[in-house]
Design a protein around this ligand. Structure first.
Ligand code: ADP
Length: 412
């Protein structure tokens, strides 16, 4: 991608009570500033802002009442234009705003320039993501007011997975539930899976459309994806980001009969079931902690439930790796990314344990070596390369925003 004119893109990830942002100069693909508005309309709201130009270390923290997203983003704009910690002089210097949008349903298989019709379609998708899509739409409306000259672009978490075939995305439920209510697997973390799969293909020196990968995004949320020739053909998350791998506080796959049982036995309400599966399960449910670092420390001290939680977490990843080896047939690389995937040698080891006969063999010393950046951690004899690749969802959103405003279609 060669850019000849200055181009600044602000990436926004608006949640129900937070706005994360990063400003990129697309000539260099450098992030110039980044930050977070948190606890909007709650006590102790604040903004953390950092300049990333290499000259100004440190963070500006503003504790102030922030009643709504408009106030939050106005403060971000003010900080971005500040004489000391800012990087622009006026809002018009921002050419485009790239919005992380969670659920694009089957409507959006591409990154889209936002207009009234796109917003209407996003509103129609609210039933599929009742917590996330309204916040994303608020973020868009506020950005339109504060950066009126910027092109607004929506980058959907689900879009990358729209290439999955029906055999992978349909549920064995009555057909009308799919036809009338869109009940199917959509998959999430698409920007991360796409970003690391492109980086991996580059690193391996192969064209993306001839590279088969299994990408494991292990953060607070976790998902794994089978990528065939650059396209997602299966992924572990489903209608919602609750399915698949065990996560910090989310159950991942369970027998759906568990819910029926609990409804009958304990009169579990919808809200209680939601809280149970999204907030009280996963690692948290098993051992009372959700941060993998803390759990590893507990395990090292002999805590049995911490040990079990990690064993279950690693075993689930391994099962999915096996499944996606079967889906893809031939695999060039297994990629670990996000907080846990990039940093936990312990989990990578559990996830690959016993897979040597299937061509996946971790080198213990390389796995445990302390380093950042892209690295190979398989043995000489491993048929599949095992790579650790730091993800960068914000840069991916900025790149897609840039290419989309030039009329490019981003996904194959
Ligand atoms: P998010 O999904 O919110 O973006 P991250 O990708 O930052 O989250 O991942 C957060 C997870 O990464 C936490 O569970 C944390 O325990 C884990 N993590 C971060 N650093 C390490 C580390 N050095 N060892 C083990 N786990 C780590």
């Amino acid at each position: 991608m060669e850019i000849t004119e200055p181009m600044k893109i602000l990436v926004i990830n608006a949640g129900s009570s937070s706005i994360k942002y990063q400003l990129f100069d697309m000539q260099t693909e450098q992030a110039l500033a980044a930050g977070l508005v948190e606890r909007i309309n709650e006590p102790n709201s604040r903004i953390k802002h950092r300049l990333l130009d290499g000259h100004h270390a440190g963070e500006t923290v503003l504790d102030m009442p922030i009643e709504n997203h408009h106030q939050g983003l106005s403060q971000v704009a003010r900080l971005l234009m500040d004489d000391t910690v800012g990087v622009i002089r006026q809002p018009d210097e921002i050419d485009a705003v790239g919005h992380r949008a969670v659920h694009g349903g089957e409507t959006f298989n591409q990154t889209s320039v936002i207009d009234e019709a796109v917003k209407k379609k996003m509103r129609a998708l609210i039933p599929l993501a009742p917590l996330h899509n309204p916040a994303n739409i608020t973020g868009i409306e506020v950005a339109e007011q504060i950066f009126p000259k910027a092109v607004q672009v929506a980058v959907f978490d689900t879009a990358f997975h729209q290439t999955m075939p029906p055999a992978a995305y349909r549920y064995a439920l009555p057909d009308e539930l799919y036809q009338h209510h869109g009940i199917r697997a959509y998959g999430f973390h698409g920007t991360s899976h796409l970003y690391v799969s492109k980086v991996a293909a580059d690193y391996l020196g192969q064209p993306a459309n001839k590279t088969n990968l299994i990408t494991a995004h292990l953060g607070n949320g976790c998902s794994i994806c089978a990528v065939q020739g650059g396209q997602s053909v299966d992924t572990s998350m489903g209608l919602t980001p609750l399915a698949g791998l065990i996560m910090g506080t989310r159950s991942g796959d369970i027998d759906p009969g568990v819910l029926l049982f609990l409804q009958r036995k304990l009169n579990l309400s919808v809200d209680e079931a939601d809280r149970l599966l999204n907030k009280k399960s996963g690692l948290q449910g098993i051992c009372g902690l959700n941060d993998v670092r803390d759990i590893q420390n507990q395990q090292a001290e002999g805590n049995q439930s911490a040990e079990l939680a990690l064993e279950m977490y690693g075993y689930r990843i391994k099962k999915y790796i096996g499944a996606y080896l079967a889906v893809l047939g031939q695999v060039d690389g297994l990629i670990f990314t996000a907080g846990v995937g990039e940093n936990s040698a312990y989990i990578r080891n559990l996830a690959c344990r016993g897979l040597a006969p299937l061509g996946i063999e971790l080198d213990r010393a390389k796995n445990e070596a302390n380093s950042t950046g892209i690295r190979e951690i398989q043995t000489e004899s491993s048929r599949v390369k095992i790579l650790v690749i730091p993800t960068n969802e914000e840069l991916e959103i900025a790149r897609q925003t840039w290419s989309t405003i030039r009329g490019g279609h981003y996904y194959e």
